[in-house]
Design a protein around this ligand. Sequence first.
Ligand SMILES: [Mg+2]
Length: 158
Amino acid sequence: MIDKIFLDMDGVIVNFRGQCEKYECINGNKVNWEVVHQGGPEFWEEMEWLPEGKELYEWILKLCEQENIDLFILTSVNFTDGKIGKLNWLKNNTKIDKHHIIITNLGKEKEYYADQNSVLIDDFRKNCEAFANGGGQFVKYETPRQTKDDLITLLGKN
Ligand SMILES: [Mg+2]
């Protein structure tokens, strides 16, 4: 029985790539972290929702309320500015309380939160695989539509 959903931020609900493009600090998939760091917490605080990101978040929130599932944000960033910025973004844009926000240093550390009753929603396959290694289940984000469909299927099986 699924009782916890862990939701990633970057590339699932917030437009990390778009923010990098605004700061001109991305080339292909290569991010210039020095520039991100110089942006301070504002780099993260001023990030925009992905198109349909807010709708996806609200849909998941409602599903969790209906199904009695605890919703957590599970995101990673390796420096303090980023952690502060992400916390502020969540405070400004969502109803998630601080006890349901987990910020790890590395994506791989997401697996520490896995158990058989938990699902990770993440756009990064390695994070999904790490979570599965930890004994959890996952929905690999491709599009909002597919994420919803896969989540419904997964909950139906459990
Ligand atoms: Mg991500």
